[in-house]
Design a protein around this ligand. Sequence first.
Ligand code: NRN
Length: 426
Amino acid sequence: MAKAKKNYKVKDIKLAAEGRKKIEWAESRMPVMMALREKYKKTKPLKGFRIAGCLHVTKETAVLVETLAAAGADVSWSGCNPLSTNDEVAAALAAKGTSIYAWHGMNVKEFYWAIERTLDFKPNLTLDDGADLIFTIHNKHKKLMPDILGGTEETTTGVHRLRAMADAGELKYPVIAVNDAETKWDFDNVYGTGQSTLDGILRATSILLAGKNVVVAGYGHCGKGVADRAKGLGANTIVTEVKPTAALKATLEGHEVMTMDQAAKVGDVFITATGVKDVIREKHFQMMKDGAVVCNTGHYDCEINIPELEKIKKSKRTIRANNEEYIIKKNGRRVYLLAQGRLVNLAAAEGHPSEVMDMSFANQFLSQLRLAELAKKGKRLDTSVHDIPVEQDQEIAALKLRTMNYRIDRLTKEQKEYMDDYSAGT
Ligand code: NRN
């Protein structure tokens, strides 16, 4: 009998057993996802739907993938960053039947080859983190678009990109902005990025953060999380910004605020979290103290200008995993670049903890389900970027609270009436 065509490409399928243990660890800390899996594994509402996913292959993503499959979906997956795939998790997914094309250390050509493979089964739903999948479909697989009911987008950068596409009239199918769910950004972006970024830095350097001048570029939800948590570890935190209100908020949280030109001279650790390119450039590298550590936690690797660092180096060597020591030609000082400037939390650690991804991915799951349920009624969202329904945030938060054994109050009838009674004054 002809050998069944392998529907995956991973580093080494023999890593599956180790990966399965990682996934079981994540399952034990993602009670909302496991409750959704329990609820939908019988009715299988996603049966007949084909979901192409492009999202970091971590133990938490594996819980999302296997929950979508348990709810009946056919799923084909690629990673959304060349350095963020956990090879053991990818092997465990493949061994249990998931069509997955992902391995740590992909080159750019392999990265896009993997995305292409997830289109082979002609998906009718897409799930993205950074919009590389949607962008590939819009640019190179237009014929697939009429059958695509819609997509979901995980992250700030991706939603920003898709809103720009929609404004330019280029977006050809509806997308739900999972990132903009409160139970995503106000937990994942703040607490998740805060902790996982420091986790990546500590795994790649093992340095003491207490007493160090930690410079965080960007005080959005992610930068706030990083700066606030670094402060908690005793760092002298410095924030650089371009948005006055964000900079002002940073000062009120006790962070120093200055320009990158000023910070470059005093910083010990630099973390970019802006979503903008060229935040740290040649002139900053030239000013940095000997031993400065530089990394990025934004989605793309454009925030640190690496070509300029390469141009001014005398030499470089990998001194530790995910840690390259550059010697600056002009002054002989050492600058340490982590994870090749790619998102340090996922490239040098395991990304956000399971507890926050539990809610982010509940939003992903419920948004995919919403697109499928609409399709079953012959309906489809209009072609734009959509927020999640307001009640979905409260539903997910309430479920999370229950799994944490917290109970909260409910408004009485009189209180509800009072809230709606605009005539009630002092
Ligand atoms: N552990 C993780 N698994 C993880 N940590 C952060 N992210 C993860 N995805 C899967 C994503 C966040 O939701 C990276 C995205 O850029 C961010 O929005």
